[in-house]
Ligand binder design. Structure first.
Ligand code: AMP
Ligand code: ZN
Length: 140
């Protein structure tokens, strides 16, 4: 995609601080990191979201994410834990529409919060969970 910033980075025509690359993906530092060491793992092919991404490439992104996570833990970057995060769709906070996996180092007091809706603490009945599981099983 001509105007896609992650396609441009993948082709080497836009700047990036590269951490890792191979024929399938490229991993580079996020320009607006949640914490220092925040990395994005990006497929070289342009896929807007998860449904356009071949499964095999998705699996590779996770594998590279694990590699980056291990690297973070081995480094002197502050990292007491790690979040993987992938936003699929604007409602899920996707802002760059070329799918990517965030690898975010976490430490106590880093200020990154997840907030939940008002019903979060109301545990659903098993029946409701079973019904959802059945719905989902039949659409896999
Ligand atoms: P998302 O909201 O999941 O789509 O995340 C997009 C991420 O891409 C954000 O964390 C941005 O800071 C990051 N980002 C946008 N443009 C660039 C760029 N040119 N280089 C590195 N990271 C970028
Ligand atoms: Zn792209």
């Amino acid at each position: 995609m001509e105007n896609c910033i992650f396609c441009k980075i993948s082709k080497g025509i836009a700047p990036a601080s590269i951490v890792y690359e191979d024929e399938i993906c490229i991993a580079f530092m996020d320009i607006q990191p949640v914490t220092p060491g925040h990395v994005l793992v990006v497929p070289r092919i342009h896929a807007e979201g998860l449904s356009d991404l071949p499964e095999k490439i998705g699996g590779h992104l996770f594998k590279v994410g694990q590699k980056i996570a291990a690297g973070l833990k081995n480094s002197d970057i502050r990292c007491e834990g790690i979040n993987f995060f992938l936003a699929d769709g604007a409602v899920a906070f996707q802002t760059v529409f070329h799918v990517h996996l965030h690898v975010i180092p976490r430490f106590s007091g880093d200020g990154f919060l997840l907030s939940f809706g008002p019903d979060y603490r109301n545990l659903p009945e098993r029946e409701a969970l079973d019904k959802l599981a059945m719905t989902l099983r039949s659409s896999l």
